[in-house]
Every structure is written in structure tokens, then in C-alpha cells.
Design a protein around this ligand. Sequence first.
Ligand SMILES: Cc1cc2nc3c(=O)[nH]c(=O)nc-3n(C[C@H](O)[C@H](O)[C@H](O)COP(=O)(O)OP(=O)(O)OC[C@H]3O[C@@H](n4cnc5c(N)ncnc54)[C@H](O)[C@@H]3O)c2cc1C
Length: 356
Amino acid sequence: MEAEKKKVVIVGGGIAGGLLAKSIQFNCDVTLIDPKEYFEIPWAELRNKVEPSFAERAIVYHKDYLTNGTIITSRAIDVTETTVLTADGRQISYDYLVIATGHNEAVPFMREERLAQYKADYEKIKSAKSILIVGGGGVGVELAGEIATDFPEKKVTLVHRGTRLLEFIGAKASKKAHDWLKSKKVEVLLEQSVSLDAASEAEKVYETSTGEKISADCHFLCVGKPFGSSWLQETILKESLDNRGRLAVDEYMRVKGWKNIFAIGDITDVKEVKQGFYAQKHAQVVAKSLKWLVKGGNETKMSTYKAGSPIAIVSLGRKEGVAQFPMLTFSGWLPGKIKSKDLFVGSTRKQMGLPS
Ligand SMILES: Cc1cc2nc3c(=O)[nH]c(=O)nc-3n(C[C@H](O)[C@H](O)[C@H](O)COP(=O)(O)OP(=O)(O)OC[C@H]3O[C@@H](n4cnc5c(N)ncnc54)[C@H](O)[C@@H]3O)c2cc1C
């Protein structure tokens, strides 16, 4: 008789949790808990807004890649030393627990509704003459790039609170992105914030913190989101949260102080830029360790993770981009060729065991 498989509960079906679930589904008894019925490739988000059909490949039902596990479509609300409690009243026991709740974002739970949301965003962009983008990090810059490329006739204004765009990477890369946006007639306003009250939206006039007035038919808010850890604040893991809401992990990606609880992806306190690319690496390391542990492997021989260096590729429309590697920053068609055409959707789908 086959020995009973170890129970692994993964909380969060994003880039990290989804890949881990897929990777260990034939080695362990996997349960994935996520409030959404789907997994979404986040780096396709901005293209989805200008080309809603692009989202069809980027939004995948969990059941399409997790064919040998249990999917619980609910939110985890508590953790004990042996179980996870969900908002719909279930108690799921575990031998190993992995927290992968990344960032908090209010998105529809149903795939069809998420697709409809992208169609609505597309209509909003199409019918507007002028568009305000608030936030000049990766999301705001990529959205400005997508709109400036596909709708060059629109007046796009990008307002950013910081002293330069793309502050998560080097100054050289931000200047290249800024220059590119300027060349596409995107107006970039730095060191300003925007008040987004109901009156500004109704009157289509927004005021910045320096009193500048911006006329725009619609706006997109592209600012950072909080970590998805508020649900952990009254749990056994509360002592492992830092003051920003991230879980402290050791070199094995185990939550500090716990032998059978891991954390992966954006929710961790690993000292590196929060990128899906690294979240995937965390998932691969923990997948290897769990496969080893469930075979009876010694925990001192588990795989370890070393923080990644600040690598990033920011797409600028469909053909161009700006890339930062440890010794090199460059922009133009080459980063565009690497990322901007398909935005890694094909390769991410392949990694999830799906046709590209
Ligand atoms: C628009 C955009 C573009 C990006 N582009 C890139 C890029 O080009 N390259 C790159 O490397 N990175 C990029 N990133 C960053 C990347 O998306 C993140 O680093 C990555 O998504 C982190 O993955 P994660 O699985 O840790 O968290 P998330 O993707 O945030 O997933 C968290 C999951 O947890 C679930 N969850 C939350 N709370 C609970 C709960 N209580 N119970 C159960 N489930 C819960 C959520 O539903 C979600 O499925 C981009 C991000 C955005 C938003």
C-alpha cells in the first residue's frame, strides 16, 4: 500500500504559490487556498488594458495547472500550529504550510469578471481624449508606455511623488524611461501627488500637491499596494512579521522560528526588489526542499536561497524597453525583444505546464 502523502497547504495562488503548487502536486497532498478561481500573470496587466484579448492567455483557472491537488476558493483568515482556517469556515490541516499572499489587491474572484474588467478599462482608454496616470513606478511607466504606443493621439500625463521614475532601479534606467516617455509626448510631473476626490473625477480636473491643474477624462491609480499579511496579525505568525508586514524568513525560506512553515514571494523580507522573477525562484527552492523533506530527507540539506541582484526589464510599449542588469543598463529594441512583445506570457504559461 502506498504511504500517505504529506499534506502541504499553500496560502495564496499568485506567481509564487501557483508555481509551487504545480511543482509539487505529484509529490505531496497539495491544497491551494486562494480567494480567486484563477491565477493571473501580473506582467501582462498593462497590455490587457489596451488589448483585452491578451488577457485570455494571462488569466488561467487554478484547476488548469493544478490537476492533482485540492483548490479552496476562499480567503485564509487564521493559522494554528496544525491547521489553516478559511473565511468559508473550513479547517485544513497541514504537515507543511507555505504562505504566499504577496500584495493585497481587490480583484474579482471570477475569471470572467476579471476579463470584463480589462474590457471596461480598454473602453475607458478608448473613449478618453486625456488620461491621468498616478504613480511612476514600474506599473505607471508601463501603462503610460502601452497607451502612448497604441493610442498616440491621447494626451497622457504621468504624475509621480518621487524625484525620479522607477525608483526601484538605478537612476540611469529611470532617465532612459523618462526620455522615452517624453519622446512619445507623455507629460511627466515629478515630486507631486494628486488628490483623487470625487469632485476631481466628476469635473475632470485634478489638482496636484503644488497646485497644478491637470485636465483628464479619466485616471488610473498605479501606486504600491500593501503586503497581503493583515490576516496574519493575530495569528501564531504575528511575531514573525516586520513593521512593514513582511514575514521574516531564513536561508531556506522558512518563517523564522518555525520548522514546517515557509514563506515565498513578495510577502517575505528577503532583501531584494519585489519581483515575480524572484518569487518564482523562491517557489523553486521551496519545491525542491519539500520534495526532499517528504522523502525523509534531512532538513540540514534543504535548498537555500540567496537574495537576487537588482535585475529588471521595464517594457515601453510593444517593441521597446529599458533593462537593468548588474553591470549594464540599456534601452531600445533589445529589451523590447526580450520582454515587450509577449511580456513573458508564453514562457510563464509553459513554466505552469500549459501550452504557450
Ligand atoms: C502590473 C504589474 C507588473 C509587474 N511586472 C513585473 C515584471 O515584469 N517582472 C517581474 O519580475 N515582476 C513584475 N511585477 C511584480 C510581480 O508581479 C510580483 O513580484 C509577484 O506577483 C509576486 O508574486 P506573489 O505570488 O508573491 O504575490 P501576488 O502575485 O501578490 O499573489 C498573492 C496571492 O495571494 C492571494 N491572497 C492574498 N491574501 C490571501 C489570503 N488571506 N488567503 C488566501 N489567498 C490570499 C491573492 O489572491 C494572490 O493570488 C509586476 C507587478 C504588477 C502589479
